[in-house]
Design a binder for this molecule. Structure first.
Ligand code: G3P
Length: 220
């Protein structure tokens, strides 16, 4: 299972990369706005910086803003040409599916975002999306079971032979990561805080303290 960090914050991306367990990055317009990145030039520069931080052969999802086919294709082309790591992120709409099918024909990798149902995941796979992004946390927010969607997509893709990778998105905490791994997600994309949360266990801290105390006692 791959670990992506879901942020446009360069410090967080650097910190995750330094852990040695980072496989890629996902961004979206909200995350870019949160970092104050505005204007086409700045946005493209920022994506390039992200690609350089994560290094070779690590996918970086960059989302289109257009909502019509023509606009998505034009934007996606510019993004894809920016850096070999770029995966064009496209929303799950009729126009989006058309654009994904077009990018598939062109050999451009895509991430179909804003997926909330198994039916949408089937459409994304049919169009040849490289990744499908079901939004776990946002489904949980409505009182439905986000993880059930990952399980359903895993079962459907396995049965139907779809090759689209399941990218569990809108991950909010370490438990989501563990559950997504159990449910068959190929990728989890999460804030750095959720990844760091996986480290925590009080028995690890207590055990390390005891090992060091015993070592110090024995060695003076
Ligand atoms: O990967 C999608 C993600 O950025 C959405 O997360 O927490 O805004 O639902 P959230």
């Amino acid at each position: 299972m791959l670990f992506f960090v879901d942020t446009a914050n360069l410090d967080h991306i650097r910190e995750a990369a330094e852990l040695g367990i980072l496989d890629g990055v996902t961004t979206n317009p909200s995350l870019m706005a949160k970092e104050g990145i505005t204007g086409e030039k700045e946005v493209l520069k920022h994506y390039r910086q992200i690609c350089e931080i994560v290094g070779k052969d690590r996918d970086v999802s960059a989302e289109v803003i257009s909502i019509d086919f023509k606009g998505m294709v034009a934007e996606g082309k510019i993004l894809a040409e920016l850096h070999e790591n770029i995966v064009v992120k496209v929303p799950m709409t009729r126009e989006g599916v058309k654009a994904i099918a077009h990018f598939t024909e062109e050999g451009i990798k895509t991430n179909c975002t804003l997926v909330f149902s198994a039916g949408q995941a089937i459409l994304a796979a049919k169009a040849g999306a490289s990744y499908v992004s079901p939004f776990i946390g946002r489904i949980d927010d409505t009182g439905w079971d986000g993880m059930k969607l990952i399980k359903d997509i895993f079962e459907i893709y396995g049965t139907a032979g779809f090759e689209t990778a399941i990218l569990a998105a809108s991950i909010r905490n370490p438990l989501h990561i563990i559950q997504a791994a159990k449910a068959g997600a190929d990728v989890v994309t999460c804030p750095l805080s959720a990844i760091l949360g996986l480290f925590n266990h009080p028995l690890t801290d207590i055990g390390l303290e005891k090992f060091l105390a015993d070592y110090n006692k024995a060695n003076g």
